[in-house]
Design a protein around this ligand. Sequence first.
Ligand code: SF4
Length: 200
Amino acid sequence: MSLPSLRSLLAVFKPEHSPGPPHDVRGGRFVVVIDCVLNQNVRDQGAANCSAMNFEFLRLCHENDIGIMQMPCPEIAALGFKRQRSPGTSIRQALDTPAGRLACAELAASVVARILTLSEQGFEPLAVLGGNPRSPGCAVHQAASELSAESGVFMLALQAELRRHGLDLPFRGLRDASPESLAEDLQWFGQLSAATDAWL
Ligand code: SF4
């Protein structure tokens, strides 16, 4: 009696269908968000606008099957939790120095590497959501298609790093210092979510 070939033995153990990635229920989209949207504790003293997180934003992400990539706070990365700086120096001035800009650039590089890792798997980054107009690290101010110079030091570094890798994501502040502005920003995000499709 002849022995069975290796191929016929392997065929017994092979799944019936082609091996591709197993099906699951992920939506395949994500948004890149500053730290304090999900954790107000990272804000500087006196700057928190809610007790823990922006729940309305979370609800929108949940309803639209959008994952959230949370970026570490750049002010803490550059200056420490207490935003250490010399007397009379603003946080913006302390962040907008060679050392502060380098810390923001390094953080931007690690965030963009993570975005690229997910993008390469086919997941779609929808936008970058920054902070209030006066945030030294995360303000988002637009001038045509570019962030203008008054934007936060980290947002500027992040847009530059994204573009260096050929990614041109929309930026928008989640301006929770003003209920009217926040409502506009959430509406914008809701429309953006509706304009693209989840995998589901
Ligand atoms: S620097 Fe950015 S992440 Fe940190 S508290 Fe300010 S707005 Fe939030």
